[in-house]
Design a protein around this ligand. Structure first.
Ligand SMILES: Nc1ncnc2c1ncn2[C@@H]1O[C@H](COP(=O)(O)OP(=O)(O)OP(=O)(O)O)[C@@H](O)[C@H]1O
Ligand SMILES: [Mg+2]
Length: 362
């Protein structure tokens, strides 16, 4: 899958940008503040229905305008078909999405149409941030390969919310709590099963990908399911009852899951340098895209903001080689054209020069 044409209107300083995208490598270079990250933000909006920089889309709309539009032509090699995907944030604050002229009802549908991976200056939180980031990473992977997972995940979230609301209620009706505990328990176990299976498969690919990055060491992923491995969740809920009631929350379950990421046997966040952290994030996301391709036969799109930052030339080249090996479309940005010239030498690509919100080829 790749974008052949991209149209952006009123996204930050990109008043009107139209580009013909290269099916594989797209390089965007330009001075600070020229609009490179905004171009990636526009593609991300199209694939996720939200920005990776700001929750409130009002900030993303150009300050001289009151609505933004992003649309793209998507080419699907697998089905040999071509589609039009578009999103709009209206002046009234409404978010609209269309696929081949038909309205999409939820952001989940956008995610299905345009699977994408982003790596930017904040991506190190995957290693250094809280478990939520790692659960989201895991869920992205399961969601894209197991179609029933979205529904299961939603039911799980709903049951968890209901049980927590009840616990917060103060005067707890025992029967009602039992009902929601009985609802939550199997959902928590099923979510765990899906995630564990996925992580087992992913860990093998992560080891292979990280081995192609010099000096990164041997990477291991371990799943923490959200409660003690040697205990059944029913017994854990039973033992937790008083604590759950006094803290007004469900203390154990799939919502507390995490991935423990180790390099040569030590927690990655404790030992890796800045550049190595970035490389490991690349390895995790490239592995995820490889798994997705193996299972679905489709490639996902990569958005790499400021690829040259913190990486030496050899490691940049290893990342680009990995992306090329995946046969996916990618958009990489950086300040200096010369950082890319040698990097893309000998391969097919398209460069864009971004200047004051205007993108030109070359
Ligand atoms: N709502 C908005 N309307 C108009 N301009 C905006 C808006 N929000 C941000 N900008 C401006 O858009 C410009 C583009 O920012 P962007 O982050 O895309 O730059 P960049 O090319 O990625 O720069 P850097 O190399 O520093 O990362 C900035 O100058 C910023 O001030
Ligand atoms: Mg930027």
């Amino acid at each position: 899958m790749h974008l052949s044409r991209l149209d952006i209107l009123q996204v930050r300083n990109l008043v009107s940008v139209q580009i013909d995208c290269h099916p594989k490598a797209n390089v965007i270079y330009g001075a600070n503040g020229s609009g490179k990250t905004s171009l990636l933000e526009a593609i991300y909006l199209l694939g996720r229905g939200r920005s990776f920089k700001h929750r409130d889309l009002r900030v993303v709309v150009n300050n001289q305008s009151d609505e933004l539009v992003v649309s793209a032509r998507i080419e699907r090699q697998k089905s040999k078909s071509s589609h039009q995907l578009g999103i709009k944030r209206t002046a009234q604050g409404k978010f609209e999405a269309r696929f081949d002229g038909k309205s999409l009802q939820s952001a989940v549908q956008l995610v299905e149409e345009l699977p994408l991976q982003l790596i930017d200056a904040h991506s190190f939180t995957l290693l250094e941030g809280g478990p939520l980031q790692r659960r989201q990473f895991l869920d992205w992977g399961v969601f894209h390969v197991e179609h029933t997972y979205t529904n299961l995940w939603r039911r799980f979230q709903k049951a968890l919310k209901q049980r927590n609301q009840l616990l917060r209620h103060g005067r707890i009706e025992g029967d009602l709590l039992r009902v929601w505990t009985a609802e939550l328990l199997p959902l928590s176990e099923q979510v765990t099963e899906y995630r564990r299976q996925y992580l087992t498969e992913l860990a093998v690919i992560v080891r292979e990908v990280s081995a192609s990055f010099d000096g990164l060491g041997s990477v291991e992923l371990e799943y923490y399911q959200g409660w003690a491995e040697n205990q059944g969740l029913a017994a854990v809920f039973e033992a937790d009852l008083k604590r759950d009631m006094s803290l007004s929350t469900t203390n154990h379950g799939a919502h507390k899951a995490d991935i423990r990421i180790k390099v040569d046997g030590v927690a990655a966040a404790e030992v890796l340098s800045r550049g190595q952290t970035k490389l490991l994030v690349y390895a995790l996301k490239l592995a995820q895209a490889t798994h997705y391709r193996n299972r679905s036969g489709q490639s996902c799109l990569f958005l790499l903001d400021d690829l040259p930052a913190e990486l030496d030339y050899e490691h940049r080249a290893q990342v680009v080689a990995c992306l090329n090996g995946l046969d996916c479309q990618y958009f990489i940005t950086g300040v200096d054209k010369k950082d890319f010239e040698l990097l893309v030498d000998g391969m097919a690509y398209q460069m864009f020069h971004m200047e004051h919100g205007v993108a030109s080829e070359g």
